[in-house]
Design a protein around this ligand. Structure first.
Ligand SMILES: [Zn+2]
Ligand SMILES: [Zn+2]
Length: 258
């Protein structure tokens, strides 16, 4: 396995500057830069309050952000309310644990309960007028749905997340991109950030008619997107995973890796 352990703070800062420059250039063309997958402290494995997430989103020049907590929506609704103070469009959203695996719902007003079937979860999102995006479908170890559904069923999603920054190899992302291309399905990216510093690590460029939630979701549904992303540095993916585990078993292994 090839592991990139060169990641360090200065490298992140350089990356951030590069991304901010790219984002500014895009603003002139009217294409919006959107973060569609970020977890707050309301997720069992997330760390940061929405203030830090919104600050980071603004700092890296994003136009819009969706906070997508696991099976919770309150922080996302609050972030959506407060986003405009940061110059952002806030998209209310969540990451739902269906029986088949994770499903992102956008444009929701209330939480979709976990534990429903794949089809019912999609129907609940659509009943609210929301958009269903299937995140990391081929990352079966991270609750990607392909462990439990067919390739035809995957196409029931409104879009496929074809770039997820949290990965050890790019294989599952490449599979997702090939799949979405073969079915002519809209594509999104997501940093899947569990700490605010990673917000903006993956960006979906959305050719929306205006800066609003509805216009962004309509453009995604119509496939007017392109994706761009960088992988979460391996050490951070590992710490995030270890952080979640340690909180559950109250046995920190972090000291070994710092
Ligand atoms: Zn997930
Ligand atoms: Zn996630």
């Amino acid at each position: 396995m090839i592991v990139d352990t060169r990641a360090c703070a200065s490298e992140f800062r350089t990356a951030r500057r590069t991304e901010a420059l790219l984002i500014r250039r895009d603003k002139r063309t009217g294409v919006l830069s959107v973060e569609l997958h970020a977890h707050s402290a309301l997720s069992y494995d997330g760390r940061d309050p929405i203030e830090l997430i919104l600050e980071q989103a603004e700092a890296v020049g994003l136009d819009a952000i969706a906070v997508t907590d696991h099976d919770e929506i309150d922080a996302s609704l609050e972030a959506a309310d407060r986003a405009s103070a940061y110059g952002l469009v806030g998209i209310p959203a969540m990451e739902i644990s269906s029986k088949a695996g994770h499903i992102l719902g956008f444009g929701l007003e209330e939480a979709v309960p976990p534990g429903l079937s794949y089809e019912t979860t999609l129907a609940e999102i659509h009943d609210q007028g929301g958009l269903a995006v299937i995140p990391h479908p081929f990352q079966e170890s991270r609750h990607g749905v392909m462990a439990r559904i067919s390739r035809d069923e995957l196409a029931m999603g409104d879009a496929i997340e074809v770039y997820n920054s949290r990965l050890l190899t790019g294989r599952a992302n490449r599979q997702a991109e090939r799949y979405a291309a073969s079915r002519n399905l809209p594509m999104t990216a997501g940093s899947d950030a569990h700490i605010s510093e990673m917000v903006g690590q993956a960006v979906t460029r959305v050719d929306a008619d205006e800066r609003s939630v509805d216009a962004i979701l309509d453009a995604i549904a119509a496939g007017r997107t392109s994706v761009e992303g960088k992988r979460t540095p391996w050490r951070i993916s590992f710490r995030q995973a270890a952080g979640g585990v340690s909180r559950r078993v109250r046995n920190s292994v972090m000291g070994l890796f710092q």
